[in-house]
Design a protein around this ligand. Structure first.
Ligand code: NDP
Length: 278
């Protein structure tokens, strides 16, 4: 490794599609920080050895994406409280004592996007999260801090939603259910945290969860509308947003952990939107 320039990157499998190098490259230019940020496509069986080698050769930090977030939590020498809650890590950082810190910035990224970019106030609102995978694990606690009237986690495999809700029930009004239990009226905010959009699918939830003033938020993002956004608009939702903002905000949180400063996110979001619509 080049000892002059500090090394960062994103580790996943597959990872070639990742926008993280573009985002962190813009953050580095904006803040005048000297760093290199690369893609690391690594199979699950090689994850641990690869990460330990990266840090032993002077690497400073890694973003972690599918399918390694739980393995990263197991590898870290120390977890932040929010990563410990999530049992999933999306940011690894080497510390002064050479111990590896694991953090999870997904929840903070989503909250920044909802609250600061989209001006959504969750206090007293009914919120539905669809999906109970790694992304949901990272966002439930930060969403409950905003004191929604109720946070419902609905999952295709209902049992997983029940387990999630039980894990977080000390933090607020949260319950889990299957899709067939979603007949009880509309929600103010509906967050799609399934990976269905990646397969061109929409989770089989009833359109009655939507009212015209609902915000429908897909954590997934793509050029043009995701399948969930198309479905939400067809079901009468006036405000449907995809997860570009969360992507940039969670990256800004990681950058802050690594470099001690939070970059401006708006110019990066604008650049991404331009690229995604090109
Ligand atoms: P996981 O693989 O951990 O979880 C997948 C979830 O999706 C499970 O709950 C699964 O249900 C559900 N699911 C998959 N396919 C379908 C389907 N066809 N119908 C209904 N449910 C389905 O994924 P992650 O939690 O890591 O990621 C979820 C999404 O969030 C992805 O699209 C990812 O790209 C996005 N994401 C975006 C971020 C951002 O910054 N914008 C950050 C992190 C994630 P079951 O349990 O029944 O299998």
């Amino acid at each position: 490794m080049n000892a002059q320039v500090e090394q960062y990157g994103v580790i996943g499998h597959p990872v070639a599609h990742s926008w993280s190098p573009f985002i962190h490259g813009m953050f580095a230019r904006q803040t005048g920080e000297q760093l290199v940020y690369r893609l690391h496509d690594v199979l699950p069986e090689n994850f641990r050895a690869y990460v330990l080698d990266f840090f032993s050769r002077g690497g400073r930090g890694l973003n972690v994406t599918v399918p390694h977030k739980v393995a990263a939590a197991e590898l870290a020498n120390q977890l932040t409280p929010r990563a410990e809650r999530a049992v999933a890590v999306n940011t690894l950082a080497i510390q002064r004592d050479n111990r590896i810190l694991g953090d999870n910035t997904d929840g903070a990224g989503l909250v920044h996007d909802l609250r600061d970019n989209l001006s959504v106030n969750l206090a007293g609102r009914r919120v539905l999260i669809v999906g109970a995978g790694g992304a949901t694990r990272g966002v439930v606690a930060p969403l409950l801090v905003l004191r929604p009237a109720e946070l419902v986690i609905a999952n295709r495999t209902a049992e997983r939603a029940h387990t999630f809700a039980a894990d977080f029930k000390d933090l607020g009004a949260v319950r889990g259910c299957g899709f067939d239990e979603l007949g009880g009226g509309a929600y103010d905010v509906i967050i799609n945290a399934t990976s269905a959009s990646l397969a061109g699918e929409v989770p089989a939830i009833p359109a009655s969860v939507i009212k015209s003033e609902s915000l429908c938020y897909d954590m997934a993002y793509s050029k043009g509308d995701t399948p969930f956004l198309k479905w939400a608009k067809e079901s009468g939702c006036a405000r449907a947003v995809q997860g570009w903002g969360m992507l940039v905000e969670q990256a800004a949180e990681s950058f802050q952990i690594w470099r001690g400063m939070r970059p401006q996110t708006r110019p990066v979001m604008e650049a991404l939107r331009e690229r995604a619509s090109a």
